[in-house]
Structure formats: C-alpha cells, structure tokens
Design a protein around this ligand. Sequence first.
Ligand code: ZN
Length: 268
Amino acid sequence: VAAERRAASEVGEFKMKISVLKQEDNEITFEIEGAHPSFLNALRRTSMYEVPALAIEDVYYTKNSSVLYDEIVAHRLGLIPLKTDLKSYNLPSECSCKGKLCAKCSVKGSLKAKGPATVYAEDMKFKDPTVKAIYPKMIITKLLEGQEIELEFVAVLGKGMEHTKWSGCHVYYRGTPAFDTKNADLDKAFENIPANVAKRTGKAIEITDYSKWLPAYEQALEKNGVKITNSEENFILTIESWGQVAPEKILNEAVSILQQKLKEVKLK
Ligand SMILES: [Zn+2]
C-alpha cells in the first residue's frame, strides 16, 4: 500500500519481463519483473471488473410452481457461469442496436421441466448452441410431483463492476519474496512445507511452485528465524477464471481495455 501511494512522478517507464510459471485450463500464474504495484493493481481490477462475461439478465415466467419464488430462481439463473465468446457478442451499450438487445448483444433461451425432477443448469436451452453452462450439474431447483417450471430468459454481456455475476475471474498478486536465512533453523522451518512447493539448497530457499505457495509457509519460515521481504518491482500474478473466458484471454482483454483508457486520457 505504501508503494502505491508513491508520487506519480516516481513512476517512470517500465521495461517489463513476463514469464508464465504455470498454466492450466482455468488458472495461469505469471512472474512479472520490472513493474510497479499500481500497474499490477490496475491490471487486477480491470481483469475482474471490466472484462465482460455473459450472464442471464431477464427472466420471463410462464409457469413456476416450484417451492422457490420467481425472484430466487431468476437470481440463481443469473449466477450460473456461461461459456462466453467475446468475439461473437457486444456489450449492449456498445452495440449497433443501441442496447435494444439484438442477436449481436444478447442470447435468448428457455427452461422447461416437470416434477418429480431436479432441474440442473444443463437443462437450459440456448438459441446459440455455443453458449452453455460451464458447470452442467449446478442445481437450479427441485420439483416435486405435480410441480412445474417453464420460463424464457435473455443473457447479455456485462461487466463485473456492475454486478458480480459478470465478473469472470479472481486475480491476485504479491511481491516476489526474498529470504534472509542467516539466523534461521531451516530444518525445523521445512517440517511443514511440502517438497513440491519449495526446496532448499544449503541456506538458500527456492520456491518451485508459486501457485501453491501459501502464507502459512511464510509463517513457518518466519517462526524459525527467516526474514522475508517482498519485492516492489517483481511480482507473482495469478488469474483464476470461473470458466467463462480463458485466463490468458482475460489478460489480453484487460491489457487492451487499459490501453484504450490510457489513449482516452492522452487525447483529452
Ligand atoms: Zn445489439
């Protein structure tokens, strides 16, 4: 936080080096060298709150005799993560239809079920077959004998800053830790640190998997005499996607949004 309060004049030009430490379907961890905490924070906030995702916004009921009220069912539908192709859809506010919800900025669908049954996210039918629930077995409601649900819905692109249902990821970063082990008892400290996360060679500690490195391990080190300092120039950044948009696409999109914003600042 102290670093973020530094005067803007101190924030010069950066030559960053970015390397991927770990990449999985929905998670990516980078090492970023030669940056500044304020840049990392801007990237984090843009990724979480400004990169769009698709979510259900309007629900029209024909029947609902389930035990859940219409509003509760609508809320549950809204929170179901949907596979999002950012190239195929516009934000309604930026669409040529001017927010009237055409096929370029919205996708319609329906849900119909009769009890006894458990209604799952996979029971939703979308007009665009590429749009679907990422977790098919999320339960929407349960229906007893004689109960029915029948509704239509509209999903649109939105931003996490408006509602968290449109936030496609969780992003976090920290300064790369450096270890001073001069007066440390490393044998004891490493009793609680798994071998696949960090290793030691003599008195030197090397983290081998940053995505699994936890504060508890740092506490174990500090308890046994290791002094830890976190860099304010080099960072470990993790993007965890909920599945709507792949984590590397989230990063690319966030960078373009940031660039666009900076351009606007310059022009004015
Ligand atoms: Zn439109």
